[in-house]
Design a protein around this ligand. Structure first.
Ligand SMILES: Nc1ncnc2c1ncn2[C@@H]1O[C@H](COP(=O)(O)OP(=O)(O)O)[C@@H](O)[C@H]1O
Ligand SMILES: [Mg+2]
Ligand SMILES: [Zn+2]
Length: 276
């Protein structure tokens, strides 16, 4: 099968860098700070493929580079080096070679992002419905009735009561804010969704309902997703394949069942046994 996304040797450093940065940081070195020059190697030569409709989990402790990875792919930040090819209806798009307008277009039409912090993903000055309308307006859907209908349908899909669509996000609970964020991310029917710790900090019962919703969306809409989390429970429930990161490096990638039942890397073994 043709992947929807191919990521090749993607790296992100913060600092001047030196020839020894990569060999002096990472899983083996047990640090992401270069001892020679003090540069932070947030992500080091990360490569993987994502297939249409699949959920890939990205697992690792805080600081391992998970958010850096998806922020680069969503154009929130510019990677230091590396390549990512997004296959858009059979046509390859070399993501970091595109101009800013092309990147904005893809970000708005082909990708969706759901952040841990709803303030990063929602405009708190406009209503829940307005948040969806914003994304539709960016994609040149200008008819008020069409936009309102689509907003109502999306909120309905994410189980936000339609009568609440004119309320501001600040009126909603944390779980409901995440539902509005998911509805906004889905507004333009993107084939690829990024989710960064979207249930972290929510009550367990609310977490379970949001995770169910994410699975339902993947099954009904066949959206490919990259799900970033430090929570093995989330990985187990959602991801068919899992990539494990430590200090900016990929230490293991495989079918989730195998990664969790029979982890190959000592770091993954530690993560799995400490979660039991
Ligand atoms: N702007 C920045 N300047 C310096 N270091 C940064 C910056 N942004 C992130 N980092 C560092 O990069 C590493 C990876 O961060 P991040 O991708 O947020 O990790 P995760 O999402 O896995 O917790 C961390 O050590 C973090 O402190
Ligand atoms: Mg993070
Ligand atoms: Zn260095």
């Amino acid at each position: 099968m043709q992947p929807i996304l191919e990521v090749r040797e993607l790296s992100q450093i913060y600092g001047a860098g030196c020839p020894a940065c990569f060999t002096s940081t990472g899983a083996q070195a047990n640090t992401n700070i270069c001892p020679h020059c003090g540069t932070v190697v947030a992500m080091q030569q990360v490569s993987f493929e994502l297939y249409p409709g699949e959920i890939l989990g990205i697992m690792g402790e805080s600081g391992s580079g998970k958010s850096t990875l998806i922020k680069c792919l969503y154009f929130d930040q510019v990677p230091t080096s590396g390549q990512a090819i997004f296959w858009d209806k059979g046509k390859p798009q070399d993501l970091f070679q595109l101009n800013p307008a092309q990147q904005r277009w893809l970000g708005n039409h082909r990708f969706g992002m759901v952040y841990q912090n709803p303030h990063s993903g929602l405009n708190f000055r406009v209503s829940a419905g307005g948040n969806i309308a914003e994304r539709l307006l960016m994609s040149d859907i200008l008819n008020y009735g069409v936009i309102r209908n689509r907003a109502r349908n999306l909120l309905n899909r994410t189980e936000v009561l339609p009568e609440r669509m004119d309320e501001l996000p600040s009126n909603f609970s944390g779980g409901m804010q995440q539902r509005v964020q998911i509805a906004r991310a889905l507004a333009t029917d993107p084939p690829l969704l990024f989710l960064d710790e979207v249930t972290t900090g929510l009550d367990l019962s609310v977490q379970a309902k949001i995770l169910d919703l994410i699975l339902e969306i993947q099954q009904q809409l066949r959206v490919a997703m990259i799900v970033v989390t430090h929570d093995l429970g989330v990985i187990r429930l959602l991801a068919s394949r899992t990539l494990v990161m430590k200090y900016g490096q990929v230490v293991e990638i495989g079918l989730t069942d195998q990664v969790l039942e029979d982890p190959q890397h000592t770091y993954t073994q530690q993560l799995v046994s400490s979660a039991l």
